[in-house]
Write a new protein. Structure first.
Length: 164
């Protein structure tokens, strides 16, 4: 009997987000990826590294913990702490994008091989308390949509800003 892929609306969004981001960045000059919109804000290159990092060190860790069972406590992800520590700085934007895309492809493949009953598996979220795998997938897809919006802002600023 053939295995049925997990059906969840978030998986489609997770699958297409890297392509959307790549399309939004089309035509952007390399130098623009390293400009900071405002002091203290992330450059596009830093934001792409953040996406790569959070993919592996938050979302995949959370999925793995949930799948391991026993209602685990999910580790907190300190985005601001990582930013302050320079975790996202000094990275090549194209390499960060490529790494994120590779990790995302691996994660989507992993998720597609789960079963519908797996969506009810539980964990304890650091901010929201008890959650299910379904909740985490929805949070992940919402994070992607917010990230697309932010990257569209970078694209708008650097590709279409009016000269002063």
């Amino acid at each position: 009997m053939a295995k049925v892929e997990l059906q969840h609306p978030a998986i489609h969004h997770l699958m297409i987000t890297p392509d959307i981001v790549q399309d939004l960045l089309e035509g952007l000059e390399d130098k623009d990826a390293y400009l900071k919109p405002e002091p203290g804000e992330a450059s596009l290159a830093e934001f792409l590294e953040y996406l790569s990092h959070v993919e592996e060190h938050q979302f995949r860790q959370w999925i793995d913990a949930i799948m391991a069972g026993n209602n685990p406590q999910l580790p907190a992800y300190d985005r601001d702490g990582f930013f302050a520590a320079g975790t996202y700085s000094g990275r090549d934007a194209e390499e960060s994008m490529a790494h994120w895309t590779e990790r995302r492809d691996d994660n989507v493949e992993f998720l597609e091989n789960l079963s519908q009953p797996d969506l009810a598996r539980t964990a304890v979220h650091p901010a929201h308390g008890p959650v299910t795998l379904d909740h985490i997938l929805r949070e992940w897809a919402a994070h992607d949509l917010a990230s697309i919006q932010r990257i569209a802002g970078y694209a708008s600023d650097y590709l279409y800003a009016q000269p002063e």
